[in-house]
Design a protein around this ligand. Sequence first.
Ligand SMILES: Nc1ncnc2c1ncn2[C@@H]1O[C@H](COP(=O)(O)OP(=O)(O)OP(=O)(O)O)[C@@H](O)[C@H]1O
Ligand SMILES: [Mg+2]
Length: 338
Amino acid sequence: MSDPMIRLRELYVEFNPPGKRIQAVNGVDLTVDRGEVVALIGESGSGKSVTLRAMMRLHPEKTTRYSGALEVAGQDVLGMGGGALSQLRGKRVAMIFQEPLLALDPVYTLGEQIVEAIRRHEPLGRAEARARALQLFERVRIPSPERRLDAYPHEMSGGMRQRAMIALALACNPQVLLADEPTTALDATVQIQILLLLRDLQRELGLSIVFVTHDIGAAAEVADRMAVMYAGRIVEEGPASELLTRPRHPYTRALLGSRDEGALRKGRRLDTIGGAPPDLARLPAGCAFAARCAFADDACRAAVPERRELGARHAAACRRLDELPALLAVRADEALPS
Ligand SMILES: Nc1ncnc2c1ncn2[C@@H]1O[C@H](COP(=O)(O)OP(=O)(O)OP(=O)(O)O)[C@@H](O)[C@H]1O
Ligand SMILES: [Mg+2]
């Protein structure tokens, strides 16, 4: 049974700095259920962060134009006023970033910052809030939590700092946790520990989690579903294991590279693909991937392909999906030595 916590329908996000028009998100449909973990993947500049930040309406109000529908916990995020928006940001949705040092204040201990965050949301005394902060540190599995509460951010390792930031994010009891490359700055082993922690928190707290990552092996390990973005559109989405073993869209196939046994290794980065993504100030009329796609024809270049359902929660937007297996077989034949 689906129980949507986040619903994006035909979401567009356009930036209009003076004299410019940047079409960063171009008709995204995405549903994240209560208790679901969804990973957004795709090359740099594909609109992952813009999509994530839109869920909290964090873009500069003056130069950003949103259209479409965006609901979080049943509320219309694009239509809400200032009061409702700060409620949403403070109570329902929390966000963590790649670099905790930017979010943490260097002059206060972690304990002080978490106590402060808790008291901003609930009428608790100092001692009670401190006890809650300690629970949060235990919850994110920080060893010697009592002592660590009195540490300053720079006294912790990167992994511990990221745990502390997750604890800070949980201080307001959110229903949704958004994580933008929460592990990119960390060593591979620490990365997977943090992602597994997110997975555990989802189970323990029933959170919905959307995270952005460049590590597809890790994404597959912790996410229920993955959505692949290209030029501000989701070109394919589906159950993580299915996307990994049976990618359908040419871009997903290219991104995942050859299906060798290394494909699932942790820490494996996305393959690079020849060519460059389109200029978001000048999107092509048709499929945005056509210029780099080995299978594109004139019709692909003429109109944006529609999203097609391919089975249980698996969908892709490519005109030539049905022809691809045959086209790929021909190419494999051609590659054989004669
Ligand atoms: N406030 C803004 N004003 C103008 N352009 C912006 C703004 N925020 C993002 N962009 C542009 O939107 C596009 C998409 O950026 P986004 O940060 O979502 O990419 P990404 O997929 O997260 O990439 P990466 O993997 O590098 O983090 C980029 O071209 C970026 O420069
Ligand atoms: Mg980003």
